[in-house]
Design a protein. Structure first.
Length: 128
């Protein structure tokens, strides 16, 4: 059964502007070391960072916490390897909140086209 659903859309230009003004602070506050390494290695990092930012926002919506309830940006991590689908990892307060709600599976879908990146997160109570 679906326990939570969240979606978010981020303008890539917004991420590019933040990177120009506050690069190190923004990256270290919002993204894990793994996310930074993966995205910064890409030809246009802002596109991939925007998708992950959207995933973090979507996950917080699906958890019902928004930016509150002690959930930090880095408590939600998008991992991707090669051609495999991205995986959503929850840690810290996000994991505690998910476990309290009975979440056993966190699914994420990322997409980007032109100047926008989109993410959808589904939280479910079973792995089947």
């Amino acid at each position: 059964m679906i326990l939570g659903l969240g979606t978010d859309l981020v303008a890539v230009s917004r991420v590019e502007a933040i990177l120009r003004r506050h690069r190190a602070r923004f990256l270290d506050r919002v993204f894990t070391a793994g996310e930074q390494a993966e995205c910064l290695a890409r030809a246009r990092p802002a596109v991939h960072l925007a998708a992950r930012l959207a995933a973090k926002e979507a996950a917080m919506k699906a958890l019902g916490s928004g930016w509150g309830a002690g959930v930090r940006w880095q408590d939600v991590e998008v991992q991707s390897a090669g051609g495999d689908p991205p995986r959503l990892m929850l840690e810290g307060a996000a994991r505690v909140r998910a476990e309290a709600r009975g979440v056993r599976q966190a699914l994420v879908s990322l997409s980007h086209d032109g100047e926008y990146a989109l993410a959808v997160v589904v939280l479910a109570d079973s792995r089947e």
